[in-house]
Design a protein around this ligand. Sequence first.
Ligand code: NAP
Ligand code: ZN
Length: 348
Amino acid sequence: MIQAKGIAAHSAKTPLSPYSFERRDPKEHDVVIDIKFCGICHSDIHQARDEWGGSVFPMVPGHEIAGVVRSIGSKVTKYKIGDHVGVGCFVDSCRTCEHCQQELNQYCLEGNTATYNSVERDGKTRTQGGYSNVIVTDENYVLRIPPSIPLDHAAPLLCAGITLYSPLMHWKAEPGKKVAIMGLGGLGHMGVKIAKALGAEVTVLSHSEKKREDALKMGAHHFLSTHDKTVFQKYANTFDLIINTVSSADIEMHHYFGLLKLDATLVSVGAPDKPLSISPFPLIMMRRNYAGSVIGSIKETQEMLDFCAKHNITPEIEVIAPEQVNKAYERVLKSDVRYRFVMDMGKL
Ligand code: NAP
Ligand code: ZN
């Protein structure tokens, strides 16, 4: 076994604290990765606090993992020692169902194996995530980080980046399309940058005025504070696509549906702990669509990394030491992150 150090949630109600545990010895197709940086996603907070239910402790969160290959199993062909690699939100899937066969393994019909708070396909071993110094992952679920993206900036792409790239591609953000992003946090700010690079006209819908300047600097064409409710009348029937990244259920969805054009779509990627309250009327009246989307496939995640390298897209990050994780969680909850915390796991 490989000795690992990490930071774990030991219960839903206590702060995260240091934790020692073991990773498996590499199997034939495994890559052992020295983790250099790990992003803090709001999903980590939801799960560390058991807001979605089903959390098992101790839990080492973290699914925005960037590092360097330490060693490889005997049959690994995709990576060699020293390569810059990443691990995102899942580390395995059934590989045989219709969706896995179609390179849609994020939608594995048997359920993919999440990077943490999940069980390996042996049905026994629990997975532990990237708030750690080392991880062992099958080469087929490892991503190659392009040389032009520094590892600290690469980390948030593994979840925040792909979670926006996938719906923006699927619903065709492109020149001539008006795209709005709800919530300018870790996910939202990647949405702005990627949608802009795809050629769409991008609007940020934020719940205060505070982030206006940042949003415009990031490349958004327009910024609307939804604190001012008149925007919902002024911009009714405007957008071709809206992506909702808001982490809270405390939003009046009917207002946002009203911003969509005829036949247009609002996609929720934000995953609040409570159900959203939805009236069907604004959907009915303009034949609008409401949809959801989860991360992206391994193939698409690689595509996204290469796209970001090509278009010089990197997240706005604040690098912190792992011991600051609890303070960082509090700041994320107050929407006081500009725009992703990334932990330097070398300081563990
Ligand atoms: P984050 O950095 O905390 O960003 C969330 C943003 O939501 C905030 O910055 C804020 O933006 C807005 N917001 C927060 N509270 C609000 C409120 N009460 N009313 C209105 N707006 C509010 O979180 P994140 O890491 O981007 O994650 C966002 C959500 O996506 C989380 O629920 C997470 O679990 C989920 N997620 C889903 C997937 C997926 O595959 N579907 C993947 C990763 C994460 P403004 O200040 O601009 O309003
Ligand atoms: Zn995430």
